[in-house]
Write a protein that binds this ligand. Structure first.
Ligand SMILES: Cc1cc2nc3c(=O)[nH]c(=O)nc-3n(C[C@H](O)[C@H](O)[C@H](O)COP(=O)(O)OP(=O)(O)OC[C@H]3O[C@@H](n4cnc5c(N)ncnc54)[C@H](O)[C@@H]3O)c2cc1C
Length: 556
């Protein structure tokens, strides 16, 4: 159905209100204000940010330890301006966990040194940045998802935003509001990990190098209120080992935001080559470990959520710009997995993108050549230096935990060194018939949440605030014939339908007795994108639902 759409014109549109694009907006606005104070001809561009969440920070989830370095460039007075810093890190340690014991690493590897860094809730941080951007004069369109790029004469010229009020059968309901066509001279795409608009642009412009596909992990997190006196504010623990088998990359964290509020979570590698993982289950087992449960005893679960993490690093970075657009933050692959940090890199990318777009405004030039100035800035930046030195960290773990630890240790002395270049990645042992898979299913079947420390997915989901308009087209696109051929047959036999495990929100339910065996609960979706990433047949495409749907984080 061809849809009549209202069309609005902007100079610059930013897709996604995460740290990358919010920093971009603030820095750009400041550059413009400084220019206008000195020059006779003022710049008065229309700048807008589109965000699919229903308020600032609603869809932002992170650990989060913030390396505050970028503030020096763009807002040295961030504390005076009310930046919500929960704690300054004062105590830190790294632990290896066995099922019931813990062993402290005798020294702190450099990437885990966080003394003086800040503990934040990224949803609160995002809300604050958003308010700062709005106060600076940037238009922010919440509950608005960019669903489709408009490419004309080989250039991104507009985006289409989500239709509101279409039924699950595809018919307009009373009050239907068609999405708009938003035109701009330049765009910055900062959708975080596995952006849906980015994927569409990649199909048109070939942004992701074919030889180095991007890789991801899934982070699952809870925030707890705990009785006072158990942990000091500003304490940070990182763990590896239990509950993950050596073949699965990941680890846990525990951050004391205050004496009575902690952030804890688990990172689990999620990919088509190893799809039988359950990131939510891993978090429950992590909490059940005496090290963690002793802290949580008598506490209250406040919030739950999940989100993908981009982990391919420097070698898997896509092109940073294309005709009419720049990629920022995690969409540009800027995350240092060695430090599990992306916020400061997202902010640095925002600063570099702002300078590029400011030059475009001054010179009235947003040509490909002008936008490629962003790449040049990146090449000279500390972000590039950091990502380059950590470039072989994550891939070393493709051969398992122990091999990865040896490589990671050597890389501390010789940054970037790649040991055993070209060695084959671990085989996937978590497939039907294998011992590891049988144990995985048995462990899951034996797990009974106590609703005190551990929770089922559905109870946890309740603490994410996730809601969606129920009567709308399913935003998880799976072709009907794929459900018949793949879900019902091939995937069942070859992988045991891993979607029922890897999704941390019980969106995918498998009932072997019914046809089709797959039942979808799209309203549960946390927008973590794990399904789009880990499905071994790549038949699931995550698309944005009606704007405003999704989690309602306020502490994550
Ligand atoms: C579990 C976990 C722990 C982490 N821990 C840390 C840590 O301790 N320290 C650290 O520095 N980093 C950490 N990171 C990484 C860090 O959170 C990210 O690198 C950072 O948030 C990336 O910022 P961004 O602006 O690029 O994207 P995001 O923060 O992902 O923001 C993207 C925004 O775009 C919106 N959006 C997406 N698509 C669309 C669309 N089509 N239309 C409209 N809006 C859209 C989203 O709703 C979201 O609000 C962690 C990440 C996770 C998941």
């Amino acid at each position: 159905m061809k849809q009549e759409r209202e069309s609005l014109d902007f100079d610059i549109i930013l897709i996604g209100a995460g740290p990358a694009n919010l920093t971009l907006a603030l820095h750009l606005q400041r550059l413009i204000d400084n220019h206008n104070e000195k020059e006779k001809t003022p710049l008065q561009p229309d700048i807008a940010i589109l965000e699919k969440g229903r308020y600032g920070g609603a869809h932002l989830l992170s650990g989060a330890i913030l390396d505050p370095a970028p503030f020096e460039t763009f807002m040295p007075d961030f504390r005076e301006r009310g930046c919500p810093v929960e704690a300054v890190i004062e105590k830190e340690s790294v632990w290896f966990l066995s099922p019931r014991k813990k062993f402290r690493l005798p020294y702190l590897p450099e990437p885990f040194r966080n003394h003086g860094n800040l503990l934040i809730s990224i949803s609160r941080f995002g809300q604050w940045l958003r308010n700062e951007a709005e106060a600076a004069g940037v238009t922010i369109l919440d509950t608005t998802a960019a669903t489709e790029p408009v490419i004309e004469n080989g250039r991104l010229t507009a985006v289409i935003t989500d239709d509101k009020g279409i039924s699950r059968l595809g018919e307009a309901k009373p009050g239907f509001e068609p999405g708009m066509r938003l035109n701009a001279r330049a765009f910055a795409v900062g959708e975080g990990a596995r952006g849906s608009l980015f994927r569409a642009l990649d199909r048109s412009f070939g942004l992701q190098p074919a030889e180095t596909l991007q890789t991801y992990e899934t982070g699952v997190k809870e925030v707890w209120r705990i009785p006072a006196g158990r942990i000091e504010k500003g304490t940070v623990h990182h763990t590896f080992g239990y509950p993950l088998p050596p073949s699965v990359y990941g680890g846990g964290w525990l951050y004391a935001l205050s004496e009575t509020e902690i952030s804890l979570g688990c990172v689990t590698s999620a990919g088509p080559e190893n799809p039988n993982v359950d990131p939510h289950f891993n978090l429950q087992r992590f909490k059940d470990h005496p090290f963690v449960s002793a802290l949580l005893e008598g506490g209250t679960l406040l919030e739950y959520g999940a989100k993908a993490i981009t982990s391919g690093g420097y070698s898997a970075m896509p092109e940073l710009s294309g005709p009419g657009f720049l990629l920022t933050g995690e969409t540009a692959g800027m995350l240092n997995m060695q430090r599990l940090k992306g916020i400061h890199l997202a902010m640095e990318s925002g600063i570099m993108a702002a300078e590029t777009l400011f030059a475009g405004l001054i010179n009235d030039d947003f040509s490909d050549n002008a936008l490629s100035g962003y790449r040049e800035r990146f090449e000279r930046s500390s972000a590039r230096q950091e990502l380059f030195l950590a470039r072989n960290y994550r891939s070393a773990f493709d051969r398992g935990l122990y091999s990865g630890l040896i490589s990671a240790g050597v890389q501390l002395k010789i940054p970037g060194l790649k040991l055993a270049a070209g060695a084959a990645a671990q085989e996937n042992h978590l497939v039907p018939g294998s011992r590891e898979y049988t144990t995985f299913l048995a462990d899951k079947a034996a797990f009974k949440p106590d609703n005190v420390i551990t929770y089922s997915k559905s109870s946890d989901l309740f603490h994410s605030g996730t809601i969606h308009e129920e009567d709308q087209p399913c935003h998880l696109i799976i072709p009907k014939e794929s459900i018949e051929d793949i879900c019902n047959k091939r995937c069942k036999e070859e992988f045991g339908n891993p979607c029922q495990h890897f999704c941390p929100a019980e969106v995918y339910e498998i009932d072997p007795q019914s046809t089709p065996i797959l039942k979808l609960n799209p309203s549960n979706c946390l927008h973590c994108k794990t399904c789009d990433i880990a499905d071994p047949y790549a038949i699931i495409t995550w698309t944005p639902p009606e704007g405003g749907g999704g989690p309602a984080y306020s502490r994550s």
